[in-house]
Write a protein that binds this ligand. Structure first.
Ligand SMILES: [Zn+2]
Length: 299
């Protein structure tokens, strides 16, 4: 069991294995979802868990890890509405008797994601538990963990609408969901919907303004550290590169190959391929419903 000094908080990160998936990418490698990170923020007795994963198997693995920490999990916090950040909230909330918490905007997105589940997630992955939306808001977007305040900060449109991060001032920590990435390809679909990377860049500035020393990203390579300055700089550069490659590369496949060449060690090429397909699909078929383009790119 890990122990924290009296009155202090600590945190640890669990990165789940991606669920099995069928199909191959254009370069022949098997499709595979990105690693998903959950954070346990804990004091002497209580703990808050963030971003439960997608499937029942993943929830069991995460839950066993959490249980070994020997804390009472009071709340499970969800950064944004994408299914890979909360579809397995139910079994974990039940196992630990925890409340599920999110912002009002995120809760609306959770309902939308639950509605599209049969069209998307269930076609790709087996073993997703029932996904009723049980999340509730908290006053002023603030949670309390023992004597410490955890603040939900609205970030707007990043990799989806109505995203948030969790700021833990007493740990100099931001749990960034999908606003910041760490060694994993970014999901570039939302910029095709909102017309560019501007809102995402503003959100990165907002995270930086919180002054964290540590950032846990929703998708991160477990071998990398949590240095805030590095992850912020790399996330900005990834978007700058995407802007540049959208000018120089004429097809989704060219974009995909150029990104892989620039980021040979990044995980999550399946998400890169989906993003490239949507960005170029929206460009080539401006009159088509973007939701259909997104769906087709996933399946
Ligand atoms: Zn995600």
């Amino acid at each position: 069991m890990t122990t924290a000094p009296a009155g202090a908080l600590a945190y640890e990160v669990f990165v789940n294995e991606a669920p099995p998936q069928e199909g191959v990418l254009p370069n022949g490698e098997p499709k595979r979802f990105s690693p998903e990170a959950s954070t346990l923020i804990y004091g002497r007795e209580d703990a808050v868990l963030t971003d439960p994963p997608l499937t029942t198997d993943q929830a069991r693995a995460l839950g066993d890890w959490v249980a070994a920490k020997g804390r009472n999990v009071t709340d499970i916090f969800i950064t944004h509405g994408h299914g890979d950040h909360w579809f397995a909230a139910g079994p974990l909330a039940e196992r630990f008797g925890a409340r599920v918490v999110a912002s009002e905007g995120t809760i609306a997105q959770m309902h939308a994601n639950a509605a599209t589940r049969p069209l998307l997630w269930d076609k790709l992955y087996t073993g997703i538990p029932p996904t009723p939306v049980t999340a509730e808001t908290v006053p002023d977007n603030r949670l309390t963990l023992e004597d410490h305040e955890l603040v939900i900060v609205e970030m707007g449109a990043t990799d989806s609408d109505d995203t948030t991060v969790l700021h833990v001032p007493d740990l100099d920590l931001v749990v960034a969901g999908d606003v910041i990435y760490n060694g994993v390809h970014m999901y570039l679909v939302q910029p095709a919907i909102v017309g560019g990377f501007g809102p995402w860049r503003q959100a990165i500035d907002s995270v930086e303004a919180l002054g964290p020393r540590h950032i846990v990203c929703g998708h991160q390579n477990r071998q990398l550290d949590d240095d805030a300055a590095r992850t912020i700089a790399e996330t900005r550069r990834y978007l700058d590169d995407a802007d540049e490659l959208l000018q120089t590369e004429s097809t989704a496949l060219d974009f995909f190959n150029a990104k892989v060449e620039r980021y040979p060690n990044h995980l999550g090429r399946t998400i890169l391929w989906i993003g490239a397909s949507v960005l170029y699909g929206a460009r080539e078929h401006p009159d088509e419903d973007i939701r259909r383009i997104v769906l087709a790119s996933w399946l």
